[in-house]
Design a protein around this ligand. Structure first.
Ligand code: PAF
Length: 281
């Protein structure tokens, strides 16, 4: 596996790969890799010739009171994991190269970013879309892989790629869970044992939403109420939102017909966790 830190070296390598007719699969990450990331690498390896995984903790997508400084970083550990998973190129640019002095260009995907997580993290998706657009321009992938856990992010990136005529296929891959059901996230390491136990209620509440839908419940309000009641039994879990929305435009749905996204965000101790499930009426 090649480890590349500079944008110009990455761009040169991409030119060579393209000349050789190789397809590029891209897995953008902020590092502290886990099995969820590896599932994206696995999918990329299956469908493309060369897999590029980027590690860049993007300051632009963190709010002033968020965890940018303490976000877990361990390049050596990530290098070993990425190598074992069969990543061909690990791209780890520096903040000063991605955002040099005087940097002034941002990507804002309107309408999709002021809902769900965008309400409590108003600048977050602008930061995500901006860095992903930049990484796409550097890596020039044929296919890019995102996790369905960050479902709003995947939808925003798909919209950005469509609106900006980016010739890149965006794939959202299934959520990978720990054996007890907790959705995998680099932030799970912040949780104490007790917090981690209580955090399981998030997945349970989503399972409840699925079960209620299967049993014929169509009223989003009733499903959300039951989910909130379940979550409120865990004092360390503070709900940010529990929403049932359209999978295409993320607008609230009051009566479920067809497919709906049940999405949840909560602060567990001091860690913000998100999770979701798609239900079908
Ligand atoms: O999902 C993430 O890890 C990040 O939001 C991403 C897509 C790498 C952009 O910084």
């Amino acid at each position: 596996m090649k480890l590349i830190n500079s944008i110009s070296r990455m761009a040169t390598l991409v030119k060579i790969l393209r000349k050789e007719g190789k397809t590029i699969g891209f897995v953008p990450t902020m590092g502290y890799l886990h099995v969820g990331h590896m599932s994206l690498v696995k999918a990329a390896k299956k469908h493309t010739d060369v897999v590029v995984l980027s590690i860049f903790v993007n300051p632009l997508q963190f709010g002033p009171k968020e965890d940018f400084k303490k976000y877990p970083r361990d390049i050596k550990r990530d290098e070993a994991l990425a190598g074992d998973a069969g990543v061909d190129i690990m791209f780890c640019p520096s903040v000063s190269e991605i955002y040099p002095e005087g940097y002034a260009t941002y990507v804002n995907v309107e309408n999709f970013t002021d809902k769900l997580c965008g309400i409590s993290r108003p600048e977050h998706f602008k930061g995500v879309a901006t860095v992903v657009a930049k990484l796409f321009n550097i890596v020039k992938p044929d296919v890019a892989y995102f996790g369905q856990k960050d479902v709003q992010q995947a939808i925003v990136i798909k919209k950005m790629a469509r609106d900006l005529n980016m010739d890149i296929e965006i794939k959202a891959m299934p959520i990978i869970r720990e054996s007890d059901g907790l959705a995998m996230s680099s932030r799970n390491i912040y949780l104490s044992e007790a917090e981690r136990r209580e955090a399981l209620v998030l997945n349970r509440s989503l399972e409840k939403a699925s079960a209620l839908t299967v049993a014929g419940e169509r009223d989003s309000g009733k499903i959300i109420k039951e989910m909130k009641e379940l979550i409120s039994q865990k004092p360390m879990v503070k709900i940010d939102y529990v929403s049932i929305v359209d999978t295409k435009d993320l607008k609230d749905i009051s009566v479920i017909s067809g497919e709906a996204l049940v999405a949840i965000a909560a602060i567990v101790g001091s860690t913000r966790l998100i999770d979701n499930v798609i239900v079908k009426a």
